[in-house]
Ligand binder design. Structure first.
Ligand code: HEC
Length: 122
């Protein structure tokens, strides 16, 4: 390997490393704290899979990107969007208005990390 290709390999390794860092940027502890702070557990259950009503969705073990997409979709719906990427629901529309983007990312990552039979076996 000449010095040029070594530098290139180094730059690529750095880029990969930084990319992984971004993906892992969500803070699981902060996600759990936000889930508790915003009283999400009062409907979805403290374990996010024993909800107070059988019709409420199980969140534990769901894919983080799906959960994040859902929360953002409720926010779009709350702002009046009629896009196909907007969701409206009497309860969740109200709930998501208090959440920052970081809250949503952290909550989604924490929920996805929980043991569950729902989607991802852990
Ligand atoms: C008063 C009850 C209640 C509270 C409190 C509540 N939720 Fe929900 N949540 C629901 C219901 C009901 C649905 C299903 C709504 C629908 O059909 O779109 C839902 C749906 C969701 C979904 C979509 C799941 C899916 O499979 O598409 C997510 C994600 C979610 N809630 C997260 C949260 C978070 C995070 C909080 C706290 C900030 C929260 N919920 C607070 C009742 C609640």
């Amino acid at each position: 390997m000449n010095s040029m290709s070594i530098k290139l390999a180094g730059a690529m390794a750095l880029a990969l490393f930084c990319g992984a860092g971004t993906a892992a940027a969500a803070d699981l502890k902060a996600g759990q704290a936000a889930f508790e702070k915003f009283a999400c557990a009062s409907c979805h259950g403290a374990d996010a899979k024993t909800s107070v009503m059988p019709t409420y969705p199980i969140l534990a073990g769901q894919h983080a990107d799906y959960l994040l997409h859902s929360l953002r979709a409720y926010q779009r719906g709350a702002s009046g969007s009629t896009s196909v990427n907007a969701r409206t629901n009497a309860v969740m529309t109200a709930m998501v208005q208090q959440l920052s983007d970081a809250d949503m990312r952290n909550i989604a990552a924490w929920l996805a990390s929980l043991p569950s039979d729902l989607a991802v076996r852990r």
